[in-house]
Write a protein that binds this ligand. Sequence first.
Ligand SMILES: [Zn+2]
Length: 322
Amino acid sequence: MKSQVTWDRGICLGGHGMWLDPHTIRDLAFVSHAHSDHTRRHKLALMTPQTHDLLPPGRRPHQAQLVGLGQSCQLGSARLEMHDAGHILGSAMLLLEANSERLLYTGDLKLRPLRRPAPTAIPRAQVLVMESTYGEPRFRFPDPEEVLEELARWCRRLIAERVTPVLLANALGKSQELMLALASHGLRFALESRCVPWVRGYERAGVVFPDWVALDPAAGVGTRVVMAPPAGKSEVRRLAHYRTALISGWTLDQRMRTHFGADAGFAYSDHCGFDELVEVAQLSGAATVYTVHGFAHELAQHLKRRGIRACALRSNEQLELL
Ligand SMILES: [Zn+2]
């Protein structure tokens, strides 16, 4: 594969005219998942059917090529395969194969999603382009089951004190994961309005949730746990007595905890932590790793110390691959 990578708020595989999660509108783009920082109204976009279904009409591409997880399609002489990224519903990694050489692009990635019998399978490739959101050693996440156990205790204690627990988590993906994980603790939920469409999207995909209602602060929420996005708490502030907890890998960063002004923080993420990112690079067997998003430079430095040829892709950079 004699391909150029152009990092310009996205990645262009020059020989194939395919952009990867670009931030500007393109003729042809791969959209790894439905989070808003990855979706634009491209002319033609490759994505999974679940991602397409989750997108509000105003954020869908003009034309979509829908390829399911584990399935493939052809782009010129290249073969494109969609692999489960374990991040949110429908999230995909893209494996591009041409002339017997393989490039893997991870998008946002979770190596060990909850309630999965096995870790996310990382396809082997000569070149890996990987997200590096938490690509610094201070982002080593504690055991997720223990964090969720502690979170459930925090919720139950507040409910016993007639205080409403408010969990501040990404409205798409994290909120649904938390509802499913906390259901076994007998908790019920009231959803801030921005969380509701995403739960309905998951339900359309066949996911069954524990008892939930839309949040109506005026009517009160009884003993329910409130789910709300971290930013903009106008609905939450109308509750009588409540405490907030930020559920995010960023809680390991004191500045972010202060930024969101939460009463408590629980380090649970739907991204890989630092150790998992290193593991992904090793599992891919890639001879060359390019890091993008987040702590890209720092992760590349750590990978180099482990003997992996790695570098961070910067804006407008063009690199010859393979
Ligand atoms: Zn994401």
